[in-house]
Design a protein around this ligand. Structure first.
Ligand code: SF4
Ligand code: ZN
Length: 384
């Protein structure tokens, strides 16, 4: 339980839901470079504007995420109308991702009747043959999945969940995920039994980690996901969203840096082909126009991003190798970053916590509360 982070996140979210945001219409659609059935494919990602992620509304949410949404309940008709309009935008696309800005299987965000009608719209579109969505793993049950699969019939269904890291300390005390590994294992089992494709989001470079620790953590987390039943992994390269996130707050104070693209390539190469062929890249393209995404230097970023897109379109590992071998001075700077070391993670987490608390809550608050916060960090048990 990361009570300190929840306190921090609630403080940072102040103003996020109040007053409710201007409604986004048409619903957001953007395209991701993918390979579908052996062919280059621009995958449409449809984001439905909902009330927002319940984990965010009730517990402050994950430290890197600004999926705030409307902050007010929306009637099912509005959600269904968004899905209907978005499907008309992407008509003809056999493979789509249709996600709320939180969890498809959270009834407070997507009421059951809306979920059913949206699924029927996809089935009746006549062009979709593969639909993906997203949810927190804890909201997924056999019963809910069965209902969706029954409606979709021959359409292949996929659900993506956010593990972020398989390391319990990183997931709870740095990301504030609020889900244990048992929840993900249960999710993989349900998907396997129901013939649903399971996808797992893993984060490249949560805050507080050095560049090399971030690569190691991503590689370990990807391996853990696939070894435990995830069909594939979406490696989310950290980006920075507008306001209200801890990563953004740290970045503005010089306490966090996005990963360099060299780190992304290194992680994919370290995985080896057996695993990397089950990994797609996320986080470099976003619906958030103001998002800052991971980069190298001005000289090589565009070229490296193009090669990574080609890799995504073709799955040809030569593009990855070519990106890795691309000559640029900034690789020396990256090598220096890779050499950076810091104190053990619990000590480091506490150091960051103190810096955050002093600015957000003041010295008196920290002195009054640091006893339980220290226990939270030093007595944290990795329970799986
Ligand atoms: S990452 Fe997912 S679970 Fe976490 S706050 Fe964002 S939408 Fe909610
Ligand atoms: Zn460069």
């Amino acid at each position: 339980m990361g009570m300190f982070l929840r306190t921090v996140m609630k403080k940072l979210r102040q103003g996020m839901f109040d007053p409710p945001k201007t409604f986004i219409w048409p619903p957001t659609v953007y395209y991701l470079p993918r390979n579908y059935r052996g062919q280059p494919y621009n995958l449409p990602l449809i984001e439905l504007e909902t009330r927002g992620c319940s984990w965010n509304i009730e517990n402050g949410g994950c430290t890197m995420c600004n999926y705030g949404g409307q902050g007010r309940d929306l009637p099912s008709e509005i959600l269904v109308a968004q899905a209907s309009f978005a499907l008309s935008i992407v008509r003809g696309s056999p493979y789509i991702h249709l996600v709320p800005i939180g969890s498809f299987y959270d009834e407070r965000e997507v009421p059951e009747d809306a979920r059913r009608k949206i699924t029927e719209l996809v089935r009746d579109s006549g062009f979709v043959e593969y639909m993906g969505t997203e949810s927190r793993a804890g909201f997924v049950t056999e019963e809910k999945i069965t209902k969706t699969v029954d409606i979709l019939g021959n359409i292949q269904f996929e659900v993506g969940v956010g593990l972020e890291s398989s390391d319990d300390i990183i997931r709870e005390l740095i990301i504030n995920k609020g889900e244990n590994k048992a929840s993900f294992l249960r999710f993989y089992r349900i998907c396997r039994e129901k013939g649903v494709v399971s996808a797992t989001h893993v984060l490249l470079k949560p805050p507080f980690l050095t560049e090399s620790e971030a690569i190691d953590d991503a590689v370990k987390s990807i391996r853990w996901s696939i070894d435990n039943g995830s069909d594939y992994v979406i490696l989310m390269v950290m980006n920075l969203r507008k306001g209200y996130t801890l990563t953004n707050w740290l970045y503005e104070r010089g306490k966090y840096k996005l990963p360099m693209l060299w780190s992304l390539i290194k992680a994919l190469l370290d995985l080896g082909e057996e695993y990397s062929k089950k990994v797609v890249i996320g986080g470099l393209i976003s619906s958030e126009t103001m998002a800052i995404s991971a980069k190298n230097c001005e000289k090589c970023t565009d070229r490296i991003l193009s090669l990574l897109s080609m890799y995504q379109y073709t799955w040809d590992p030569d593009y990855l190798e070519e990106a890795w071998e691309y000559p640029c001075d900034c690789k020396e700077r990256w090598k220096e970053l890779m050499e950076m070391r810091d104190v053990d993670l619990p000590d480091r987490i506490l150091r960051y916590y103190e810096e955050i608390a002093l600015e957000l809550f003041g010295r008196d608050w920290w002195n009054e509360n640091k006893g339980w916060i220290e226990r939270e960090v030093y007595e944290f048990e990795r329970v799986g």
